[in-house]
Ligand binder design. Structure first.
Ligand SMILES: O=C(O)CCC(=O)C(=O)O
Ligand SMILES: [Fe+2]
Length: 324
């Protein structure tokens, strides 16, 4: 991949989203991530097995089947073990996270940074609002006593990315780059977007049990379109594009990365979390190139937040009448 064309940029600005094909070479970027996460899952499986939460460590299974089996049998989800960000509350000194070299390699890959540079300019900052999302098939996933899916395997409700970060970043030129680690389809729960929805304001989000979400009376959900995309492709979103995910009704996992980039120096919306200079035309030596330092930044953040005052990232109190 190289930089976006003028046509692509225009389309992105017009519609609020853009599919970019072959943003990187998946053999160099995605396959190492999958291999790295196999080792993370192996550690998790051994740990749960030693605690008696599962009857086998299922080492014969590949990542997707293994994680599905483990979540279902233990009736719990462990996505925080894989995530390269910290939770929005309840951070403790042993809160798990994964900030490994293959993940860092993806965040700083040429294809991703070329695309980010096309939108945010030549001083590219990696915003710390970033996740891996693992969604096991809904038909074989743990549920609570009311039959609702538990934890963070649920579908992602309607939101704008601005709505899940602090107000201080409302004027930040924030770009979301979402990409699946397999082919994402309507069946396995790709994203859906509302074209043109980014042109309005930040809509009221309501805190609900299923996640912070925009009530459907505030936008035209029937204009939403699903965006199936292949492994190696990416979906770009603006910070005000209304989007959500479809349920995973397939029998395989759906997993994806969502990364965010912005011009260096603008507010990230989660200032307690560490971002870094990913590309700098004016001062290339300021770019972070070392995944170990990146890991240390997250570890230090976790360790100090665990004993200090925890940040608040949610601006919505649910008292607005549309939330009733
Ligand atoms: O992958 C998902 O389900 C949600 C992703 C999302 O909302 C985002 O990337 O901003
Ligand atoms: Fe989002």
């Amino acid at each position: 991949m190289t930089h976006l064309s003028a046509n692509q940029i225009q389309k992105f600005n017009q519609e609020g989203f853009l599919v970019v094909n072959n943003i990187f070479d998946s053999e160099n970027v995605i396959d190492p991530i999958i291999d790295e996460y196999a080792t993370v899952l192996d550690d998790l499986a051994n740990y749960l097995y030693s605690k008696g939460k599962i009857s086998s460590n299922y080492s014969e299974l590949e990542f997707g089947d293994r994680v599905t089996k483990i979540y279902l049998e233990s009736q719990a989800t462990y996505n925080q073990f894989f995530d390269f960000s910290l939770p929005q509350n309840g951070i403790e000194s042993d809160t798990p996270f994964w900030a490994g070299p293959a993940v860092f390699n993806a965040l700083t890959s040429k294809g991703i940074l070329d695309v980010a540079e096309s939108i945010v300019g030549s001083e590219v900052y990696s915003n710390p609002v970033q996740h891996v999302r693992v969604k096991t098939p809904e038909s074989i996933s743990p549920r609570d006593e009311n039959g609702n899916l538990i934890g963070d395997i649920k579908t992602t409700p309607w939101h704008q990315d601005s709505g899940v970060i602090n107000k201080e970043a409302d004027n930040t030129n924030l770009l979301t780059i979402w990409f699946p680690l397999m082919d994402a389809s309507v069946e396995n729960g790709c994203l859906q977007v509302v074209p043109g929805s980014h042109r309005g304001d930040i809509l009221t989000h309501c805190p609900q049990e299923s996640g912070t979400q925009i009530p459907e009376k505030l936008f035209n959900s029937n204009e939403a379109i699903p965006i199936p995309i292949k492994k190696g492709d990416a979906l770009l979103l603006t910070k005000t594009t209304v989007h959500s995910s479809l349920p995973n009704i397939s029998d395989r996992i759906r997993w994806s990365f969502d990364l965010r980039y912005q011009p260096t120096g603008q507010a990230t919306g989660r200032s307690a979390f560490p971002g870094f200079i990913a590309r700098s035309k004016s001062n290339p030596s300021s770019e972070l190139r070392n995944s170990k330092i990146w890991y240390e930044m997250w570890k230090n953040t976790r360790d100090s937040l665990a004993v200090g005052k925890q940040p608040k990232f949610n601006r919505w109190d649910g008292k607005h009448p549309v939330c009733a």
